[in-house]
Design a binder for this molecule. Structure first.
Ligand code: 5GP
Ligand code: ZN
Length: 113
């Protein structure tokens, strides 16, 4: 399958790993939008949030279970952080493999633009 994030998970494309377990892989974003910016992906090819279902929801749980640990390892847990999922064209999704952006080290505005 010609999927960028599947290739990153397999190691075919190098990445700066920050966390890994049997269901989740996390790596530094190549174009960081904050001082700390990590992309967290399930180790299953789920194309987008539209494809989350009862069968694969465990991967999403595993991503969220990893978030506090990753945030702590980045030193952003106390001041806080933002987690973003972009879905589809209007959501700004550019890679067709479900992923969550974990960003911190600066303050984020709300409402989002
Ligand atoms: P999206 O726009 O789909 O929500 O997020 C995709 C993210 O993947 C972007 O923030 C982009 O910078 C990041 N990205 C795209 N290609 C690569 C790559 O080859 N390596 C890494 N580490 N990040 C990438
Ligand atoms: Zn994939």
């Amino acid at each position: 399958m010609n999927c960028l994030f599947c290739k990153i998970i397999s190691g075919e494309i190098p990445s700066k790993k920050v966390f890994e377990n049997d269901m989740v892989y996390a790596f530094r974003d190549i174009e960081p939008q904050a001082p700390e910016h990590v992309v967290i992906v399930p180790k299953a090819h789920i194309p987008s949030a539209n494809d989350i279902n009862e069968e694969n929801i465990a991967y999403v749980s595993a991503v969220w279970a990893a978030i506090p640990e990753i945030a702590k390892s980045l030193g952003i847990d106390q001041k806080g952080y933002r987690v973003v999922n972009n879905c589809g064209e209007d959501g700004g999704q550019t890679v067709g493999h479900l992923h969550f952006h974990l960003m911190g080290g600066r303050s984020f505005g709300w409402p989002a633009g």
